[in-house]
Design a protein around this ligand. Sequence first.
Ligand code: 1PR
Length: 585
Amino acid sequence: MKRSQCLSQTARSSSSSSCLAPSKPSRQRCVSARAAAKEVTLLDYGAGNVRSVRNAIKKLGYSIKDVSKPSDITAADKLIFPGVGAFGQAMDVLQQKDYVQPLVDYIQSGKPFFGICLGMQLLFEGSTESGGREGLGLIAGTVDHFDTSRGLPVPHIGWNTLDQLRASDLLASAAPSDRVYYVHSYRAMPQEANVDWVLATSYYGEDFVAAVCKGNAMATQFHPEKSGTLGLNILRGFLEPESAEARAAAAEANARQLAGLAAPEGPDRGLAKRVIACLDVRSNDNGDLVVTKGDQYDVREKEGERDVRNLGKPVELAARYFDEGADEVAFLNITGFRDCPLEDLPMLGVLQAASERVFVPLTVGGGIRGFSAAGKDYPALTVAAEYFRSGADKVSIGSDAVLAAEDYYAAGCKTNGSTAIEQISEVYGKQAVVVSIDPRRVYVKDPSETKHTCVKASEPGPEGEAWCWWQCTVKGGREGRDIDAIQLAKAVEAMGAGEIMLNCIDNDGKGQGFDLALVDAVSKAVTIPVIASSGAGAPKHFTEVFQSTGAAAALAAGIFHRREVGIIEVKQHMAGNRVPARIAA
Ligand code: 1PR
């Protein structure tokens, strides 16, 4: 930090009403700040993936010093605490490592602190999560589960607007209709007793706490490291409150407030419907990892040698979709069911490289299951952990979920704690577990022909059948099972899945629109978010699936890879039809 910046910080602290107003820097603080100007201390207690936080900090030009002992907290000049996992587990680790008191002392000392997600919740008095636990007790109030009786899918996943209650440097770069990324099932509520902390709320059936700030201590329920360019600017607002950009943005935010701009309403406020770009990845016949895309899951060219279709390189395409405003990016290792995932170094490398470039959530699927190799057993949790460490925010489970659901029904709708879904969601939270369903339509003349839930088919079957049901498959559609998509969705919800990626083999790659009846039936059967997938051919298909079903997100592959439709066109069509969309600046 230059002396002039130190001085400008002093000058500013006397004139700004911002919650970031720093205490007067002494000469000594100015000298030590100079030494540590580009270093951040990270409190990563090892419970999960904080790679994306690390990448975001590095992207902003800072180096990271990890906390390995209590005195590292005391010695920090800027501390970031990205809470991961469940409330109880996090408190346990903080207690076991003797971090609680140094952390409370650090925050109360007035030095810069930023908590993320659980790192914000832990500042409260307690949480009902983990059977009810005490927190750090710095902010009045108890964190509680979202009220599921409101009929909204929980976890609250996706991009939501911020209602800023006062001006701040931290959120100065966020305009009223901008959105930030959330993923959580528990939330803190604004109340009289914490009014001095609450900086912003978001709305999801109720107003909940989105950001808190008091002096130099601040925290967000949302993930700035996953909130695109806006999120990086918010992190910069914490790291560099004295920077010219932050001050200009703060002045603009204050001006907006003074102008009395009303908070947006209707589709410009609240949770947006997500648009996800999906990359089906596999090795081609030369052994190179490529993004491919099939029609009804056949990814080979129709003519000639029938090579695997090559639509680009995974990391480059993912980066392109981030730049174009995708709300999430999913990688599906479509031959993962055959390979030993822990030996799939190219796929792990793809995630590592993508997470340095893409600051929205990344999902990875394909081969997430327990397996044995060379006489050794590897639980699914080990496989998932490797992907999380490499930069994935969520894992998507396909074939293994079908087999687990069959066992669940065979046991009389009982879970046994040993499935990949249960193990991963127990450790990483249910929001980290997506189940990918690959159903294929089975036509029947009359619903009495099957025990499965039937609907009237939108078009008659090959022999004029008027009804159909959706049969789940495994191994990338190669094998049909005696379980339908609705049964599978209900079973995996009971096991702890946080989201469903609902493909449709019949519609895949056809560009004729999503299978609306399927998406409608599954989203009515569960309370977790459903991602509609397969068949998008035009922007209107996204608007249509959001208007006529309960889908929380819609995913496409082919039209984006072939540049037939841009992500921004999709979002504009949605917004033009009053479907809430995040249109990134
Ligand atoms: O069974 O846990 O190893 O997971 C395998 C994963 O790979 C599953 O998520 C499965 O859906 C996927 N997969 C397997 N084979 C294929 C294939 O295409 N041959 N891809 C495959 C599935 C479906 C979507 C596709 C949408 C949108 N692809 O990912 O991107 O249908 O496409 P469109 O917009 O072009 O219509 P496991």
